[in-house]
Ligand binder design. Structure first.
Ligand code: PGA
Length: 253
């Protein structure tokens, strides 16, 4: 049984005061929903104050990025151990990182290995561009992102991590993938790649999310699919009612 998983990726939104206000509004509502792993990923400055607010709750905290080195002359970067002081999760390889900051599969792989070493649960993002989709290259692209992102990961760690399938054309566009197509990608590309890399148990046991224009209106369709275990939510995670409604939709109890 895979426990549903919903993470809110705030991206570069909300200062500390706004972050505190939003999470204070969410806490009592989210705490009522059991049976779903709930995670909030705010910008770095909000991690410390939100970690304090979330003490004693069952809501997890995640970073949106980190560097792979443990310390040193990397101006502007944050080390895995620094993230692990406040967080249990870290998003790795989001398409915006790949697109705007030149992250390659090999950099993503270094981050995944460093996150695991620091005791974090990585949320690995994969997904094809519109062009790749139209050229029917989804399988090739997503398979490669999974295989190269997870080089050197041990099966035990792989089973605990989370993969988010986020077709780039669906992110922030209001144009979500169809639930059936997303389910097919997970069933026929992502889980088979995990089986190839690890084994059947890992492939069937790990959580795979959908991300890209998830809202309270379409969340239920995704969560009713057999292979989709939750969502990585961008825009809709910035409003308490909307995010909580998505978390509620993931609850199978
Ligand atoms: P979106 O973003 O829900 O705003 O489309 C998803 C993501 O980028 O993780």
């Amino acid at each position: 049984m895979r426990i549903p998983f919903i993470a809110g990726n705030w991206k570069m939104n909300k200062n500390v005061e706004e972050a505190r206000a939003l999470v204070s509004e969410m806490i009592p509502l989210l705490e009522k929903v059991k049976g779903v792993e709930k995670v909030i990923c705010p910008p770095f400055p909000a991690l410390l104050p939100l970690a304090a607010l979330l003490i004693g709750t069952d809501i997890g905290l995640g970073a949106q990025n980190m560097h792979w080195e443990t310390s040193g002359a990397f101006t502007g970067e944050v080390a895995p151990g620094m993230v692990a002081e406040f967080c249990r999760y870290v998003i790795v390889g989001h398409s915006e990182r790949r697109l705007h900051f030149g992250e390659t599969d090999s950099m993503v792989n270094r981050k995944i290995l460093a996150a695991i070493k620091a005791g974090l649960v990585p949320i690995l993002c994969v997904g094809e561009t519109l062009e790749e989709n139209e050229q029917e290259k989804t399988k090739q692209v997503v398979h490669q992102q999974v295989m190269e992102g997870l080089v050197g990961v041990e099966a035990g760690s792989a089973q605990r991590m989370v993969i988010a399938y986020e077709p780039i054309w669906a992110i922030g566009t209001g144009r979500a993938a169809s639930a059936e197509n997303a389910n097919d990608v997970v069933a026929h590309i992502i889980r088979p790649a995990m089986k190839e890399l690890f084994n059947k148990q890992v492939a069937e046991g790990m959580r795979v999310l959908y991300g890209g224009s998830v809202s309270s209106g379409n969340a239920g369709e995704f969560f009713s699919q057999s292979e989709i275990d939750g969502a990585l939510v961008g825009g809709a995670s910035l409003r308490a009612e909307e995010f909580v409604a998505i978390v509620r939709a993931a609850n199978r109890e």
